[in-house]
Design a protein around this ligand. Structure first.
Ligand code: NDP
Length: 321
């Protein structure tokens, strides 16, 4: 089968497009014939070696298509069913073997592009706003990169739960995208004083929670944006991984809570059903607005990585297979 894979970690030139051994549906797995793969920041960490993989490795952690084969012990699927999944690697390819509990049927009314675009970032936004720190009416959340794929969806879910969103964005154009996704306020964090603006917008109090997928560049300032006993959810490394620090700092800044969550630990079989049916259902009934900004052919995965890492994008990027 055709796939995009790495033999060694590295820059975008480490990505190879070519033939790769087609997987089979092992016990407990579904073989998905992929028609669309999502592109996510985690794919760049896999490529660069920040997150280690056994090599050679096909990249991509999210896809949609149809069931091609069903492994031993799997029930509830038939060959040809339209399905989607997240958090199993190998979606930059024509076929992927995926643990059955991660695979969900795509409801009528949604196409494969929408399903592939929604699963990983949608379920991430869901666990952050419903489980890691469950937003309640009256809460204010600081959402970094609020025009990005995950940030747009987090902002919308905070609003769905009755919270207020202070977003950050790198440019004025991105600030507009964040506002359209529901951000009540947007701080241009490359030119404005982040902490000063958050304090001004919260009457000096700070926010209940920071959802921070930017990482190193915003981590310390984000701590200063929190109320005493607030929650720092640092869930990504778009600017680089957060450096080690002394936990006494959390005490000095107001008995803060710190978590470094990943979707993998919020993806039990019941949680995948709950989160995916909420996310796909909200897209169907237009409570959640999905923005598919760019569509690339599979062979152009390196360009998609360049655009994502170059801060050139808003919303979601997908590859057609
Ligand atoms: P985005 O679409 O949000 O793209 C990343 C954005 O981050 C950029 O557009 C940019 O927005 C901002 N950014 C700030 N500094 C940098 C930098 N130095 N280099 C590149 N981008 C920067 O990507 P995703 O939605 O795919 O991912 C967002 C984050 O969420 C990532 O860190 C990812 O790893 C994390 N994530 C974590 C998950 C988890 O479960 N832990 C699951 C899913 C995603 P701007 O120009 O506005 O600053």
């Amino acid at each position: 089968m055709k796939a995009v894979f790495i033999e060694q970690p590295g820059g975008r030139d480490a990505l190879r497009y070519g033939d790769f051994a087609q997987p089979e549906a092992g016990p407990g797995q579904v073989l998905v014939k992929i028609s669309v793969s999502g592109v996510n920041f985690i794919d760049t960490y896999h490529r660069s070696g920040l997150y280690k993989l056994p090599l050679p490795a096909v990249l991509g952690t999210e896809g949609a298509g149809t069931v091609a084969a069903i492994g031993e012990g799997v029930t509830g699927f038939r060959v040809g069913d339209p399905v989607a999944y997240a958090m199993a690697r190998g979606s930059y390819a024509e076929y992927a073997a995926v643990p059955a509990h991660l695979v969900v049927r795509v409801p009528a009314g949604l196409n494969a592009q929408q399903a592939a675009a929604a699963m990983l970032q949608g379920m991430t936004a869901h666990y952050l706003t419903h489980s890691t720190f469950a937003i309640e009416p009256g809460h204010t959340a600081l959402v970094h990169a609020a025009a990005g794929g995950t940030g747009r969806l987090i902002s919308q879910m905070v609003k769905l739960r009755g919270g207020k969103v202070i977003g950050t964005a790198g440019t004025r154009e991105k600030a507009e995208v964040a506002r359209k996704a529901g951000a009540d306020e947007v701080i241009l964090y490359r030119e404005q004083d982040l902490v000063g603006e958050v304090k001004r917008l919260t009457d000096g109090k700070g926010v209940e929670v920071v959802y921070d997928g930017v990482g190193e560049a915003t981590f310390m300032q984000s701590l200063d944006c929190l109320k005493p006993r607030g929650m720092m959810a640092t869930f990504g490394n778009a600017s680089g991984p957060v450096k080690a620090f002394d936990p006494l700092l959390l005490s000095a800044k107001g008995s803060l809570f710190l978590t470094r969550p990943t979707l993998a630990n919020y993806s039990s079989p019941d949680e995948v059903k709950w989160r995916s049916s909420d996310v796909l259902g909200w897209i169907l009934n237009k409570k959640l607005d999905l923005l598919i900004e760019r569509v690339y052919p599979l062979a152009d995965a390196a360009q998609a990585h360049a655009d994502l890492e170059g801060r050139k994008t808003t919303g979601k990027l997908i590859l057609t297979v």
